[in-house]
Write a protein that binds this ligand. Structure first.
Ligand SMILES: [Cu+2]
Length: 232
């Protein structure tokens, strides 16, 4: 079995494969006889010049109504089930708040810890070379526990942005005055880029941020560092 790097990316991959296989099968069923008939009934002088006689077939008509209906119902219900799984975070997910702004992100953890990251792009402005996500300064990197579901509440301070967690293949609009959500789980510790996926202005490309995915213990240590107890 192939290792699942991140969820719900696996749902996206499976549904993509299902649609691909169904589309290829339909394409072959339509194209191969189509090409054959095109050749078989091509115009030839003196052969069937007034057309080919046809006859009705109720069975054939029923078949091409029933089979596509079953295929469409299957695709719709399967996709909807996957969509639900993709939208519904598992119980006990870590909840974080992401506020987008021109041009960056604010991450807030349940204990009040905040991380700001802004004006980050994937290339170095001087050299134009790609920056590795592990090279990004720790001070602007939010940590995420590996193998744990994370529910993100998204909103925006100014214009519509979209929080895109690249390895988990999920994206959600961050809309001013509204709270939207997404969830993801990254199983393999490492450094991953997240992006804004809604063109939001001239510095849109500077909204790249890094998620540092670490083992649970390391995450707990990090999240409690430098946080004053909340005052009531
Ligand atoms: Cu943007």
């Amino acid at each position: 079995m192939k290792e699942i790097l991140a969820q719900p990316a696996n749902y996206f991959d499976i549904i993509y494969e299902i649609w691909l296989i169904v589309s290829v099968i339909i394409y072959l069923i339509v194209f191969i006889p189509g090409a054959y008939f095109l050749f078989k009934y091509r115009y030839r002088k003196g052969v069937n010049e007034r057309g080919v006689p046809t006859k009705d077939s109720k069975a054939l008509e029923a078949m091409w109504i029933i089979i596509p209906t079953i295929v469409v119902i299957y695709l719709a219900t399967q996709s909807f089930a996957f969509y639900n799984a993709q939208r519904t975070p598992p119980e006990g997910a870590l909840e974080i708040k992401v506020t987008a702004f021109m041009w960056g992100w604010e991450f807030e953890y349940p204990n009040g810890k905040q991380v700001y990251t802004f004006f980050n792009s994937v290339t170095d402005p001087q050299t134009g070379k790609y920056i590795k996500p592990e090279e990004v300064n720790d001070a602007v990197v939010p940590y995420i526990p590996a193998g744990k579901p994370v529910k993100v509440y998204c909103t925006s301070r100014d214009v519509i942005q979209s929080f895109y967690v690249h390895p988990a293949k999920v994206t959600e609009d961050c809309v001013p005055g509204r709270i939207t959500h997404l969830w993801f789980q990254i199983n393999k510790p490492g450094n991953y880029w997240v992006f804004c996926r809604e063109y939001c202005g001239t510095q849109h490309s500077k909204m790249a941020a890094v998620l540092r995915v670490v083992p649970e213990e390391q995450f707990q240590k990090w999240v409690s560092e430098g946080v004053q107890p909340k005052q009531n």
